[in-house]
Design a binder for this molecule. Structure first.
Ligand SMILES: Nc1nc2c(c(=O)[nH]1)N[C@@H](CN(C=O)c1ccc(C(=O)N[C@@H](CCC(=O)O)C(=O)O)cc1)CN2
Length: 302
């Protein structure tokens, strides 16, 4: 744990909680685990699937492939045309399921209109689900069983631990109940672990007086996916504010947390370079752990 990379937001007093140093630390651990696997003759493989012509998605896939190569992963890639059918996508996933040399698989989201991402995910072998979003993995998370964790929730827990923000016994409020962030994050942060163990409340924006909940949070995680929804008047003075929820306009990030919240918060994730980098790092952590599980190397916990 280190606070050496934390800086203070100019004119506000809130400490910044950047994600980049957290991601670097996680990726360094992943690189060691990859090296150990390769030394034992196993080349961990993270397969990626891109459907359609979305420029932003193609860019993210390129970044992940470059990173995979730097870390020592093999990264087979399948690109399907925008005209691909659900059956085409499911066939690709079934092929990766059957390939013992592929340990982890990622389908870049979103898929073109007409395809169902969630239904495709259900075809994937849960043990190869690098995003940690398969229903079986959600069930494992709910029960505290080992398995790939959803990347953004896991990244948020790691970010807070890295910056020395204690959660145990503290009041954490998650604004948003979505399947990719709010719901799994609440399950994760309530677990009995030193870096979690929080008193977690989930409130959603359909609750008319949701600010009543967010204003009492010691740690507030915005997970609503509504740009700018969290404003200073929704934040308890001195609270830790994490911007987890984002919308994208192409590659432009539209965060939930208005930057003016830094006037009130004690610590806050930056608009850019906060949770995002930790999400990608967790993806590689899930991938190397999937490879370790597949070859039966040391028991890997959550
Ligand atoms: N299968 C998946 N699809 C998608 C995921 C995912 O995790 N798995 N997430 C996003 C896209 N994405 C990775 O794929 C991604 C997007 C953005 C970032 C990031 O770190 N962004 C920066 C902001 C950059 C800027 O605005 O200048 C940040 O948050 O600081 C990481 C990953 C959708 N699809």
């Amino acid at each position: 744990m280190s606070v050496s990379d934390s800086t203070t937001v100019a004119r506000s007093g809130a400490r910044l909680l950047p994600g980049a140093p957290v991601a670097r630390q996680i990726l360094a651990e992943v690189a060691d685990e990859v090296a150990a696997l390769r030394a034992s003759g196993v080349v961990p493989a993270l397969a990626t699937v891109l459907v359609g012509d979305d420029d932003a998605s193609a860019g993210y896939i390129r970044i992940k492939q470059r990173q995979a190569a730097e870390l020592g992963f093999a990264s087979p890639h399948v690109r399907l045309p925008a005209s691909a059918s659900q059956a085409d996508l499911c066939r690709v996933l079934a092929d990766f399921n059957a390939d013992a040399g592929v340990h982890a698989v990622l389908v870049q989201h979103p898929v073109p209109v007409g395809l169902d991402y969630d239904r495709a995910l259900q075809v994937l072998d849960p043990d190869k689900d690098v995003d940690g979003m398969h229903p079986v993995n959600m069930g494992r998370l709910a029960l505290g069983l080992p398995g790939p964790l959803p990347c953004t929730p896991a990244g948020i827990e790691a970010l807070l631990a890295y910056h020395g923000v204690p959660l145990s016994g503290r009041e954490v409020v998650v604004l948003g109940r979505g399947a990719t962030l709010g719901r799994p994050l609440a399950m994760l942060l309530a677990q009995k672990r030193p870096t979690a163990n929080a008193a977690v409340t989930v409130v959603h924006t359909g609750v008319a007086d949701w600010p009543r909940y967010t204003r009492r949070a010691e740690v507030l995680v915005a997970a609503a996916g509504v740009p700018g929804i969290v404003r200073p008047e929704h934040v308890r003075p001195g609270a830790v504010v994490v911007g987890g929820g984002v919308r994208y306009a192409g590659r432009r990030l539209l965060p939930d947390v208005d930057e003016s919240c830094a006037r009130v918060a004690g610590a806050i994730t930056p608009r850019v370079g906060g949770v995002g980098p930790t999400t990608v790092a967790m993806l590689f952590r899930n991938a190397v752990r999937a490879a370790r599980r597949a070859v039966g190397s040391a028991e890997v916990d959550q």
